[in-house]
Design a protein around this ligand. Structure first.
Ligand code: UTP
Length: 289
């Protein structure tokens, strides 16, 4: 079945980025010349997805406005004959069909995804976390859709992490069926040191079968009263099977201060307008350290 819809949860409180994220959603913080969320939406568009379901909450309307048509701005740019900018703004407003649903309380990622159930319906869908960026030749979402077409079951994106950092992630264990593709046997959320041999960590990209919604509904709240996605993922992998895909590219957790700064550097170095000058500047700074 063709994957047509992408769910992007952006309803979290973003406490790691306070005070910056107090009045501005962390997904709207800028990486060079566009907000984090725009890179994610562009990745989805490049993968051929037809509709995005944003899971939002109070105070996140700037995200919806960013992808909306702005009559006033349009008129001003037209009057001032700023044609290139005018075209860019119109293109942004027409990127893709975006609908939003509300997560009424920040009850965790699992609950955020569950909030999109009525709009997704009974079909497989992609999930991209609103603060997780992947820099790659082929969009990570497209890479995952190619694997989904092959295995026809849920796929989670994974990356190798240092052994002493596995406790920070959901870790998958299983057998390689070929290069970069693992059939999952077991999944452990934030494993205590020494409890898993695997160093394959789940990042913020998933393709999920719709049975996940029923499983999320049955999931009992865990730490902090939050409904964890990993518990339902584990149940889904036992029920239908699930694959982990070691994507090609570099992932940045832009919801974390250090991850955000690393993302800015990586994206700025590749930027067509400023990349070269920025690279010279970085070399100059590095030479002074
Ligand atoms: P994070 O783990 O980054 O959580 O969520 P957070 O609450 O936003 O941030 P911190 O940890 O307090 O700094 C990953 C993604 O899931 C969304 C977030 O908006 C983010 O894009 N999310 C998280 C929700 O939509 N709802 C939730 O209840 C939790």
């Amino acid at each position: 079945m063709k994957v047509r819809k992408a769910v992007i949860p952006v309803a979290g409180l973003g406490t790691r980025f306070l005070p910056a994220s107090k009045a501005i959603p962390k997904e709207m913080l800028t990486i060079v010349d566009r907000p984090t969320i725009q890179y994610i939406v562009e990745e989805v568009v490049a993968a051929g997805i037809e509709q995005i379901i944003l899971v939002t909450s109070q105070g996140k309307s700037a995200i919806e406005n960013h992808f909306d048509y702005d009559f006033h701005l349009d008129a001003v740019l037209y009057e001032k004959k700023k044609t290139a900018l005018l075209e860019e703004m119109r293109h942004l407003a027409n990127l893709i069909d975006i609908v939003s649903v509300r997560q009424k309380k920040p009850l965790g990622l699992g609950h955020a995804i569950w909030s999109a159930r009525n709009v997704v319906g009974n079909e497989p869908f992609v999930v991209l976390l609103g603060d997780d960026l992947v820099l790659s030749e082929q969009p990570c979402c497209k890479q995952m859709l190619n694997i989904f077409d092959e295995v026809k079951e849920s796929v989670v994106a994974v990356q190798q992490v240092p052994k002493d950092e596995t406790y920070q992630y959901g870790i998958v264990e299983g057998q390689h069926i070929r290069d970069r593709v693992i059939k999952i046997d077991r999944m452990v959320e934030k494993p205590a040191p020494g409890t898993t041999k695997s160093d394959m960590a789940i990042i913020g990209r998933y393709i999920l079968q719709p049975e996940i919604f029923g499983l999320l509904e049955k999931t009992t709240p865990g730490h902090g009263g939050e409904i964890q996605l990993t518990d339902a993922l584990l149940a889904l992998s036992n029920q239908r099977g699930m694959y982990a895909y070691e994507f090609e590219g570099t992932r940045f957790d832009a919801g974390d201060k250090l991850g955000y700064l690393k993302a800015i550097i990586a994206f700025a170095l590749r930027h067509p307008d400023i990349g070269e000058n920025f690279s010279d500047h970085i070399k100059h700074v590095a030479a002074q350290l």
